[in-house]
Design a protein around this ligand. Structure first.
Ligand SMILES: Nc1ncnc2c1ncn2[C@@H]1O[C@H](COP(=O)(O)OP(=O)(O)OP(=O)(O)O)[C@@H](O)[C@H]1O
Ligand SMILES: [Mg+2]
Length: 241
């Protein structure tokens, strides 16, 4: 039984971390086993690299160096956490993934597309998300939200950059969605958080054919159900967890 892999993308303060929580709750209420994770980081090896990247410690060594570090962290995250979880039937929700590298290092980092594509291939090793939610918001609204966020300390390496760079990233995310409309769904993030959450829940359930998991049925009933032609489909809900 295979699970699902859903990523959340968008600029600073777009609501990725907020919405991932909402979707996790909604899917858990349907009986799914949900794992929430984030990038850079998500596995012990990748978390070790996270601080180097977000503190700006790698910035002086250039964007190629940063891109390789992101890829190293992503590879560890994929092999140690994401792939095993999806293969065991879990739904993995990840806060930022490969599209952030395409946008931050590729587009606004001005790295050659071939270099970015090669790193992506090595880092994800076939682990393409089943669904990517792109939260779309004017950059100034997102940055204002990030700045006002309770408990936020100093702005990180990326939050400090000019507004025009953040706007360029917004356009770059929208371009990815245009090129890969099956995988990527753009959601207007300039709305109240709970209505965004409803939109995302609907999208995820429809796109990934998720439904409420049956409560653990008695053994003989489960055997009968699994032997029917319908239950033999690959639907995640047809198999017990
Ligand atoms: N729809 C919304 N309307 C207004 N404020 C929101 C909304 N969604 C989230 N916020 C608030 O905006 C701030 C940023 O949200 P959040 O941390 O979810 O964004 P993010 O995309 O994860 O940001 P970052 O890229 O910095 O990690 C938080 O204080 C959050 O409570
Ligand atoms: Mg966040």
């Amino acid at each position: 039984m295979k699970g699902r892999f859903i990523t959340f993308e968008g600029g600073e303060g777009a609501g990725k971390s907020t919405q991932i929580q909402y979707l996790a709750e909604a899917l858990r209420a349907l009986g799914h086993d949900v794992v929430m994770t984030r990038e850079p980081g998500g596995s012990p090896g990748a978390e070790a690299v996270r601080h180097v990247l977000l503190s700006g410690a790698a910035e002086e060594f250039g964007v190629r160096m940063e891109a390789i570090l992101f890829a190293a962290a992503r590879s560890d995250h994929v092999e140690e956490l994401i792939r095993p979880a999806v293969e065991s039937g879990k739904i993995v929700l990840c806060d930022r993934f490969m599209d952030s590298s395409r946008v931050y290092q590729g587009v606004t980092g001005n790295l050659e597309p071939e270099f970015v594509t090669a790193l992506e291939r090595v880092a994800i090793n076939g682990m393409v998300p089943d669904l990517t939610i792109i939260l779309d918001l004017p950059a100034e609204v997102g940055l204002a939200r990030a700045a006002a966020r309770a408990g936020s300390g100093n702005p990180d390496r990326y939050e400090k950059e000019a507004l025009s760079i953040h706007e360029k990233r917004r356009e770059a995310f929208l371009e990815i969605a245009q090129k890969e409309p099956e995988r990527c769904k753009v959601v207007d993030a300039n709305q109240p958080a709970d209505s965004i959450a409803q939109t995302i829940e609907k999208l995820a359930i429809e796109q990934l054919a998720l439904s409420r998991l049956p409560d653990e049925p008695p053994r003989e009933k489960r055997t009968r159900k699994r032997s029917s032609a319908k239950a033999a489909s690959s639907d995640i809900t047809a198999e017990p967890q």
